[in-house]
Design a binder for this molecule. Structure first.
Ligand code: FAD
Length: 355
């Protein structure tokens, strides 16, 4: 029995209307054609309710350009409606060549199943070699769904990317953060989620012109979102701070108010190690490190922090690191530009008073 489209009897498809044998595998050999990068363009609303492109999207676009030198095509996929239009020039100026807009008012709200269906269809059509997502809560929810639909590999929570020909080398913490593993995926597309804040946010590098393709979603949406609310931390965003006063288990609880006063005087922000989150002294949004946030201040003052690998994973982009520790050989001394040996609480008090 052959399929309907083959009339010369050569087709040996088992299934009426199915693909001739070997055809699917041949499509998969699109591996050879896979080229370029596709990025999910995540958006967010600012305090006034205006939609904006998340910073990590620009970080990813900047990294692609740095790795590839602008040789390959870059696709962006964005979901929503008319309100997205003002974002186009900024995306083109950061490196998107072709923007797929999944044009549907309902999809202005995050629907992971429908987003994944549409992304998978667009990926099959565009055949990128690399697909990138931010390792944000939504990116972490979406990327595995897309990977499952495409039967593709996915490296989650990367902190570094590199290219070797068309191979993407994806680095992420492994074994509880005790080693950094570099992973290569043996199939295409190569997919990764990347932590926000691990690459710098680049300036736009070209004029904001490109192509937009409006994509009609055909996916059924099986649920209604009645209301959605963005949970914002009342504190400052440690990923944006230029100066961080970071506190670890070596400080006493009463030193927190001193650190906050010092931060105000220096125009900085207070962050912490995981131990202080575990003690309940700080909200998790203040935690620096592998399971916290990646920070990139010009100055990182680490008071009573030992410098466990999981903590250091979050400060690789910091400019100057000064550690204040009573142990001159604490692990943090290996990455610190300077180590001040002494009691962190007393030094905090003295510094705050002297300014
Ligand atoms: P400690 O390791 O207890 O160090 C305290 C330091 O203070 C010591 O160096 C000590 O010499 C010094 N000290 C003590 N008293 C004084 C004093 N009076 N004056 C000056 N110095 C003093 N940790 C993170 O921070 N961020 C993460 O994202 C993170 N993720 C993790 C993920 C996993 C999967 C795992 C397993 C662990 C993770 N951790 C993380 C925990 C990490 O391994 C360490 O336990 C933690 O970073 C230690 O915090 P600390 O440096 O504040 O405390």
């Amino acid at each position: 029995m052959g399929c309907e489209s083959c009339t010369d009897g050569s087709c040996q498809s088992e299934e009426k209307g199915g693909l001739p044998p070997g055809m699917l595998q041949r499509y998969r050999l699109g591996v050879d054609r896979s080229d370029g990068f596709l990025v999910w363009i995540e958006t967010e609303r600012d305090a006034e309710g205006n939609i904006r492109v998340c910073d990590h999207v620009k970080e990813l676009l900047g990294k692609i350009r740095q790795m590839d030198g602008g040789r390959s095509r870059v696709w962006g996929v964005i979901f929503g409606h008319l309100e997205l239009k003002p974002l186009y020039p900024e995306l083109y100026a950061h490196g998107v060549d072709t923007l797929y807009e999944v044009h549907d008012r309902v999809l202005s709200t995050f629907h992971p199943e429908a987003y994944a269906d549409n992304l998978a269809q667009i990926i099959v059509r565009t055949e990128p070699a690399v697909v990138l997502f931010g390792a944000t809560p939504r990116g972490r929810e979406l990327a595995p769904r897309v990977a499952a639909r495409l039967d593709a590999g996915l490296t989650a929570d990367c902190t570094e990317l590199a290219l070797s020909d068309r191979d993407l080398l994806m680095t992420r913490p492994a074994f509880g953060g005790n080693v950094m593993a570099t992973i290569r995926c043996t199939s295409f597309p190569q997919m990764a989620t990347v932590r926000p804040g691990v690459f710098p946010v680049p300036e736009p590098f070209r004029e904001g012109k490109g192509t937009v393709i409006y994509w009609q979603s055909t996916c059924r949406i099986l649920k209604d979102i009645i209301s959605s609310e963005i949970k914002r931390d009342s504190g400052e965003d440690i990923t944006k701070a230029r100066i961080l006063i970071s506190l670890g288990a070596g400080v006493k609880r009463e030193s927190i108010s001193v650190a906050e006063s010092l931060a105000r005087k220096l125009g900085g922000t207070v962050s912490c190690s995981r131990k202080l989150v575990e003690k309940g002294w700080f909200n998790q949004s203040r935690q620096v490190g592998q399971s916290g946030k990646t920070v990139a201040p010009d100055l990182y003052l680490a008071f009573g922090i030992s410098g466990a690998v999981q903590h250091l994973a979050g400060i690789g982009l910091a400019g100057r690191v000064i550690a204040i520790n009573r142990d001159a050989n604490a692990g943090i001394s290996e990455v610190a530009d300077e180590i001040v040996v002494g009691d962190a609480n007393a030094i905090l008090r003295e510094l705050e008073r002297s300014l």
